[in-house]
Design a protein around this ligand. Sequence first.
Ligand SMILES: Cc1ncc(COP(=O)(O)O)c(C=O)c1O
Length: 396
Amino acid sequence: MKDDTILAHSGRAPLRVGAPVNMPVHRASTILSPTLDAFEANERGDSMFKNVCYGALGTDNAFALCDAVNRLEQGAGSMVTSSGLAACTLSVLAFVGAGDHVLMPDSVYGPQRMFCETILRRYGVETTFYDPRIGSGIEILIKANTRVVYTEAPGSQTFEMQDIPAIVKAAHAHGAVVIIDNTWASPLYFKPLTLGVDICIEAATKFISGHSDLVMGIITARTHELYKQMRAFCVQMGEIASPDDCYMALRGLRTMRVRMDAQYASALELARWLEKRPEVKQVLYPPLESDPGHALWARDFTGGGALFSVVLDKMPRKAVSAMIDGYRFFGIGASWGGYDSLVELCHPDRSALDRIPPVWNGDNCTLVRYAIGLEDIEDLKQDLEDGFARMASALS
Ligand SMILES: Cc1ncc(COP(=O)(O)O)c(C=O)c1O
């Protein structure tokens, strides 16, 4: 089955007379069995992987969503988590113990960095943050106790691309598990498991749900063994997402292709327009030919998440506020991947910027991140143009 057919047909309710197209919401903690034998048989063996036997292990809605996403990722099995961040943290925790070492890109999603610096450290796991553009050079950072090489392509806020196949090759040569946060591209534009990545994370909060109305993560494993280990860990940690949220995420998935293609087309056009503006020093967006990561993106990806950053001269707060506060269509708020455009002022971690040879010149620049929605592109362009005019008058 091709991706667009998976989007439309997988995870559906079984066909019977009177069945709705969409899997109804199965809200449940207790799942009843007619006999003791049937109850115990259901709980035995592979129950946590496929049988509906207790709400905390998932009802039909979670299994339906996981089936659809797993097919898109071309994995061996998927599981839902309570948030995208939970998927990021649990996927690392599932493979490490005290005394182990983890490699994490310097450009990683901020809260994941914080998790390494606080919780992982407290549990005796050491993290080395590496330049995301390191490629096969990662080999020299791998130690005997390195269990996980974590990746995120492109990086949050600063959008560095990573050479995933080169990193996989080096990590696997040393027996380390490779994890990727694939939220920006989604399984429609990048399939990391087919390149040997072991665990793939999607913050379903973003493009999969697509409507800014739920919080969820989805983890998919490359092999059955990895799936069993990861899923057992999530079950033991009590990780699940509600049936209602799974229903909504599956509903979002149905239209993900049309939403993402439209948002990507608008994002690329706006990024091209922005990079020609006199106010803009650089647009950080790998699908742009001018982006330093463009060649890697073109080699491995088939499209781009509708999220990019714009580098401006260092602006006084009042000029930035004048620009951002007055936007009509770019909402000010966290998250992205919904149908509505958003804007955020970025404050990348200083220690990250110190380590990365600057893609943008930290202290001399202002970094603004835009998520592009489904609005008319001319309206968005006008909104951005008006914002630059407000910024200029605040400066004069
Ligand atoms: C790249 C990336 N990964 C993970 C997350 C975490 O997702 P959630 O907000 O569902 O916890 C985010 C959230 O912004 C993100 O941008």
